[in-house]
Design a protein. Structure first.
Length: 81
């Protein structure tokens, strides 16, 4: 698992979905200016969905490593408690 973060720098809420192997799934509504910290498998992918008048619309699909905070496993970080 790696530590990741996403900062919603838009003026609308977004939905962050993290999908990985072995049924790993995490979903979170992230409000404007909110910082979302999470742990995910290094091989997972991240999807950021924006709200539109017709519903959710995929805005970004990326490798979760693009949002990694550092290269240390989460258990070795000062953030992990």
């Amino acid at each position: 698992m790696i530590e990741c973060s996403y900062c919603n720098d838009t003026d609308r809420m977004v939905i962050v979905k993290c999908i990985g192997e072995d049924n790993f799934y995490r979903e979170k509504v992230v409000m404007p200016t909110e910082l979302f910290w999470f742990e995910a498998p290094a091989s997972a992918r991240l999807e950021i969905w924006r709200m539109s008048m017709t519903g959710q619309m995929l805005h970004v699909r990326a490798d979760v490593r693009d949002y990694a905070m550092n290269n240390e496993p989460a258990s070795e970080s000062l953030w992990a408690c």
